[in-house]
Design a protein around this ligand. Sequence first.
Ligand SMILES: Cc1cc2nc3c(=O)[nH]c(=O)nc-3n(C[C@H](O)[C@H](O)[C@H](O)COP(=O)(O)OP(=O)(O)OC[C@H]3O[C@@H](n4cnc5c(N)ncnc54)[C@H](O)[C@@H]3O)c2cc1C
Length: 390
Amino acid sequence: MVDFSLTDEQKNLRELAHDFAAREIRPVAWELDRDSTWPQAIIDKAHEVGLMNTHLPEQYGGPGLDYLDGCIIEEELSWGCSGVQTSLGANGLASAPVMLGGSEDVKREFAEELVAEPKLASFCLTEPDAGSDVSGMRTRAVRKGDKYVINGSKCFITNGSYADWFVVYAKTDPEAGHRGISAFLVRRDDTVIVDKKEDKLGQRASNTATITFNETEVDARYLLGEENKGFKLAMMVLDRTRPGVAAMATGIARAAFEFACDYSKERVQFGVPIAMHQAIQFMIADMATKVHLSRLAAWNSAVLLDQGKRNTLESSHAKRFAADSAMEVTTDAVQVYGGYGFIKDYPVEKLMRDAKIMQLYEGTSQIQRLVIARETLLPRRIEEPATATA
Ligand SMILES: Cc1cc2nc3c(=O)[nH]c(=O)nc-3n(C[C@H](O)[C@H](O)[C@H](O)COP(=O)(O)OP(=O)(O)OC[C@H]3O[C@@H](n4cnc5c(N)ncnc54)[C@H](O)[C@@H]3O)c2cc1C
């Protein structure tokens, strides 16, 4: 059955997330952006009302929401401010490899801490010389008895300055390319050093940092999944998180679209509201279509996961389309505002800056196209259970 009508529970969830975004995030979003302020108060409140760690299973005290529920929440919170949502949602990115690859004890220890307090976890894959091509990573993990010792630096790590936990990808077999990567859950200690906080174009309320692991010792029980299977684990994670990024992009685009609609009805040029000019109407129409299709693609890729199906192709379709659409819609929103759109006193230039990251993190739009091309030219059956792309 194809049916995207929401259940009463999902509508309530959307209302909760929307009210939270309207009350707690929107009123301060432009101020947080201007000063690049860390939104700790919002994180504390979001944790309190249950809008964080949404996918942590009920058996560990989490809400156990499904992927479609997650998309509904992420669109609303990103409508409020996608920088804040990136800060709130990064726990989901770090939790996924723990829930997929951790032992029962490790999962429980990690999840129960995140549920009890507004603690943060970061996902540490990218390095200065290893972005789209993670096989070039230099971080090493060397087994010594019942421990691994990790050395290396990760860059662009969301929430890195504030995280209590890190999922760290490191080479355990340096000669084996992407087949020599393993994933570890690392608790912050004084061998984990924050080297640099980035000053960013957009999503300035989120924290992005360079993190160095200096002789960091990790008990072997914190190895996630099998040794040297970390790349496969990372790809499985991204299949699960890209629907949420697509939903975030939808939220940004929707915010820009709504501002543009309102402004086009108020701004008068040539004796009529600019909404009366067909050129503006067509821009608004294209924006509306892109928001609508971005949401459908995000939901479709999430529903496949909820049904236990592999969604690699669909999550790349959704992430690529929604990210590129968010960039187009926010750019058009600036166009609808004319010169005022370029001025910081008006809301849309922030959205255009925020949208840009959607085309970059969790796989650039070019990398999504590589996945789409591979999945299209060498298709695998959609009925297969969810597995990695590697
Ligand atoms: C704000 C922010 C937050 C982030 N958060 C995290 C995080 O929490 N954890 C984490 O691990 N990483 C994070 N990242 C890193 C992000 O995922 C990478 O920046 C991204 O994967 C791209 O890597 P790169 O920047 O090294 O670009 P590169 O890989 O160097 O790419 C440069 C350009 O080349 C293109 N390109 C590369 N290879 C190909 C190819 N084969 N074919 C066609 N085009 C190609 C890319 O699309 C891009 O346009 C974050 C980044 C930012 C900016």
